[in-house]
Ligand binder design. Structure first.
Ligand code: HAM
Length: 414
């Protein structure tokens, strides 16, 4: 026998209770987002590699080591399985001329994404994200409203151990001044830093706040903070976001060391973590990206959004009791010659809007009745030589009926 083929490392199948839990998450999220005026968008599973190289940023881990990149097949372009959803949604905004619509354009998505990461609990190579993007307004109310939406979704799911961290990165200008200060601080303490941080001082000094290395952490404890470098406008924007979150009763902590793994952020950034998750504690995060559209070659348009990992949201939420969908009618038959009539009855029942099951596994009548019991069917119809008998499983009442009146009987009872 040849060796069994397994799913690739860092991927998983979705089935059973997990599929039901995902359905529940989707309908909860859909309700909350659609009530706030968000419309669903789905973009292709792969995009031009340049979209992510320019959008997410050449210096990020995502672009440097985590993308699944391949040739289009005709040598015309390099393609990449989407590692995230913001750059693709911005591309779609430009491509469909969405700047002509009332702004901001508010979109949501629930799709799978791909990153070549070391798999562990809560970290996969194919994973699902629920996300929103609101493009075309720099009003701080957009920032606060999107954050509030994630907070409501996590609450509705029952996610445990939540913490919301919030910061502002300012605009590119204030960040440039800050970057120079931070780089000087890192250079002055270079010998205490990890090799990885040292190698990236010029490329991405902010990522040093993310390091676990003890020496690096010590150096970062006394590092200058970006929040102290904000321009007056950025400061005002941040204060407005905080005031709106306060008004909505959303609890948060200001974390001046909050670092996001993607380069497009400006001003507001935030992250939800859950202490129910272990090492991969980031449940969802996002922020403002007012310069991204231009970076992708479009006309300037400010944007704000977030994405949350579906697997991590479910890991952090106690599984609700999942009820199997109810079965109205189970059609059983005594002999093979009754199969056609049984098949027709089940099909008719479904056309009439009832949930109906039919024997497909070749079981004996006894076996079929056992199955009917297991599915919790409300009615069981048994087709036999003596006609059709219909049993109401709730009252235990059983009677012989004309085959074409079965529907009439169950409709009366249901
Ligand atoms: P991100 O922080 O890279 O942001 O990912 C968002 C969420 O996706 C994370 O908080 C985590 O829950 C989940 N996630 C990321 N990588 C993995 C993985 N390998 N396995 C399982 N879950 C994962 C973004 O992707 C931005 N596009 C968010 C955004 C939207 N910013 C503005 N708009």
């Amino acid at each position: 026998m040849s060796e069994k083929i397994q799913a690739p490392r860092g991927t998983f199948d979705v089935l059973g209770d997990d599929a039901l839990a995902r359905d529940r998450l989707e309908s909860l999220a859909r309700g909350i987002l659609e009530r706030a005026g968000y419309e669903r968008i789905e973009t292709p599973m792969f995009e031009a590699t340049q979209l992510f190289a320019r959008g997410v940023g050449e210096s990020t881990d995502v672009v440097q080591k985590e993308m699944y990149t391949f040739d289009s097949g005709d040598g015309s372009e390099s393609l990449t399985l989407r590692p995230e959803g913001t750059a693709p949604v911005c591309r779609a905004y430009m491509e469909h001329g969405m700047h002509k619509l009332p702004q901001p354009v508010k979109l949501w998505y629930l799709s799978s994404y791909f990153r070549r990461e070391r798999p562990q609990k809560g970290r996969y190579r194919q994973f699902w994200q629920l996300g929103v993007e609101a493009i075309g307004s720099d009003d701080p109310a957009v920032d606060a409203e999107t954050i509030l939406l994630l907070s409501e979704i996590l609450d509705a799911l029952g996610a445990r151990g939540l913490r919301l961290r919030l910061a502002s990165l300012g605009t590119a200008d204030s960040r440039a001044a800050y970057r120079a200060e931070l780089t000087a601080h890192l250079r002055a303490n270079e010998e205490r830093l990890s090799q990885e941080v040292r190698d990236r001082i010029d490329l991405n000094p902010l990522r040093a706040f993310d390091a676990d290395h003890p020496g690096t952490r010590e150096v970062m404890a006394s590092a200058p903070l970006l929040l102290d470098f904000l321009s007056d406008d950025d400061h005002e924007h941040f204060e407005a976001v905080k005031a709106l979150l306060d008004a909505a009763g959303v609890a948060y902590e200001i974390d001046p060391t909050l670092v996001r793994g993607l380069d497009y952020y400006t001003r507001t950034v935030f992250e939800y973590t859950s202490d129910a998750l272990g090492a991969q504690s980031g449940i969802g995060g996002g922020g403002r990206y007012d310069g991204l559209m231009e970076q992708l070659g479009g006309a300037p348009a400010p944007g704000m959004g977030w994405a949350a990992g579906v697997e991590r949201m479910l890991l952090a939420s106690p599984a609700p009791p999942v009820a199997a969908p109810p079965v109205d009618l189970y059609v059983a038959y005594a002999k093979p010659e009754h199969r056609q009539a049984a098949f027709r009855l089940a099909a008719d029942a479904r056309r009439a809007g009832h949930a109906a099951r039919l024997e497909l596994g070749g079981r004996s009548l006894k076996g079929q009745l056992k199955q009917a019991d297991k599915t919790g069917a409300r009615y069981v119809a048994i087709l036999g030589d003596e006609g059709t008998s219909l049993k109401d499983m709730q009252s235990g009442e059983q009677k012989t009926v004309e085959p074409d009146t079965v529907m009439h009987h169950i409709r009366g009872g249901l």
